[in-house]
Design a protein around this ligand. Structure first.
Ligand code: UGA
Length: 431
């Protein structure tokens, strides 16, 4: 089938590439000329595991165009993968989506299906369909389907090709069948429901994941006070199938472009209906507290970070991505820089993005692609992302390179008992 994907960010590019992998002809449309030119030249502007391989493999089924030059007669199925950032009050900003919907209304020449993949407040799909009615004629009808994405950065390709579920929010039988046809070769259960439910599934899922992380982080904090060990606790909890083993990793909390935004959005949405989501309020508060838990602990030890040489291992919000949005590292580095620390930072994929935000010529931060160089002569080390390269560091490497071996491990990367065998000051979360 011929499909157009609007918004070629993380979600849009992964969606387009996976649709092409399943044999569809996919038109990728964006307003960013640089992105479109790079893609035309076979270059990707994001790092995501396996993306480059599947992109190149399916290049013959992928077409790229700037929105202004796009010929809408190529297809009448439009996937919307435009970002829905948060406004200052936590509400969802839909202005970029509105713009593209208007374009579709003005330019479509035949009956069209608009598939909303972006995370949008409950009721948005219906509102979009109502808005498009003004462009309808006898021969032109618009149908809007909610099809939220469940891509997790670092495993996005697998999540799309073999996802846990494909949600189709659609009440129209013909449109439903077209959606099932698009996804017929995708190896995931397809669940059809109302558009409102589909929109809610997305928020409820992300908020539940955030809640699970904040809950386990609070239990970890309690472990610290009581002498229990969170690793032993979560391992045993995970045997209960009702709880499950995943998303129980205690640490400095969740970051990224989704969970922080979607928790605040659902809080805002519920309040706009006059209902207060108490669990989500607590989730957000715990995460804000957790982010700087180890910084605050370290501050008690050092009292002052002025001219203290600090090694930072891990800048991205999680491993296997170059994304630094809402990364826990940012919150801590901001505080350390304000305190006058001299930072040496390492990340396998995040340096390009992070150094744009904190360039070495403006801030007291140097970037390294080698872990030993990063640790060299430092007095304290913070770990913010559990990359394998970081998890594989042996205690000897810390000892050989650091001036004083004081480690604040925000992702519980190492076996605490093993670390305690050495003359190392080692702090982690909940152990
Ligand atoms: C999240 C959801 O997991 C996806 O299902 C969803 O589709 C996506 O948002 C989205 O809305 O697009 P993502 O933001 O890529 O995906 O990352 P997660 O794997 O959820 O991790 C989020 C944060 O939680 C990371 O900072 C991670 O380090 C942290 N985390 C995760 C923990 O602190 N503990 C855990 O046990 C798991």
């Amino acid at each position: 089938m011929n499909i157009t994907v609007f918004g070629i960010g993380y979600v849009g590019l992964v969606t387009a590439v996976c649709l092409a992998e399943k044999g569809h002809r996919v038109y990728c449309v964006d307003i960013n000329e640089q992105k479109i030119n790079m893609l035309k030249n076979n270059k990707l502007y994001i790092y995501e595991k396996d993306l480059e391989y599947i992109f190149k493999k399916n290049k013959q089924n992928l077409y790229f165009s700037l929105l202004d030059n796009f010929n809408f007669s190529h297809s009448n199925i439009f996937f919307i993968c435009i970002g829905t950032p948060e406004d200052e009050d936590g509400s969802v900003n839909l202005s970029d989506i509105d713009n593209i919907i208007k374009n579709i209304g003005q330019n479509s020449k035949s009956n069209s299906i608009i598939v909303i993949k972006s995370t949008v407040p409950i009721g948005t799909n219906k509102k979009i369909e109502n808005y498009l009615k003004k462009y309808e004629t006898n021969n032109l009808k618009f149908s809007v389907v909610s099809n939220p994405e469940f891509l997790s950065q670092g495993s996005a390709l697998n999540d799309m090709l073999n996802g846990s579920r494909i949600i189709i929010g659609c009440e129209d039988e013909v449109v439903k069948n077209i959606m099932l046809e698009i996804y017929k070769d995708f190896n995931s259960p397809k669940i059809v429901m109302s558009r409102e439910s589909a929109e809610m599934v997305k928020y409820a899922s992300n908020n539940y994941l955030a809640l699970k992380i904040s809950y386990i982080n609070e239990i970890a904090n309690l472990c610290d006070i009581t002498g229990a060990n969170i690793d032993e606790v979560t391992n045993a909890m995970g045997y209960d199938e009702r709880i499950g083993k995943s998303f129980l990793n205690a640490g400095l909390g969740y970051g990224g472009s989704c969970l922080p935004k979607d928790t605040k959005a659902l809080k805002y949405i519920s309040l706009s209906y006059g209902y207060e989501l108490k669990t989500i309020n607590a989730t957000i508060l715990v995460n804000e507290y957790q982010r700087t838990l180890l910084y605050n602990k370290a501050k008690k030890l050092f009292t002052n970070f002025k001219n203290v040489k600090v090694a930072v291992l891990g800048l991205t919000f999680k491993p296997e991505t170059d994304d630094i949005r809402e990364a826990i590292s940012s919150y801590n580095i901001e505080l350390l820089l304000t305190d006058g620390a001299i930072i040496q930072a390492y990340d396998p994929k995040g340096i390009d993005n992070f150094s744009k935000k904190y360039p070495s010529n403006k801030y007291s931060i140097k970037y390294y692609t080698n872990i030993e160089d990063t640790l060299k002569n430092t007095d304290i080390c913070f770990i913010f992302t559990e990359w394998n390269q970081i998890k594989n560091i042996t205690p000897e490497i810390f000892i050989e390179n650091m001036a004083n071996v004081v480690i604040f491990d925000g992702r519980n990367c190492y076996d605490k008992k093993q670390m305690n065998k050495y003359d190392i000051k080692y702090y982690s979360v909940g152990r």
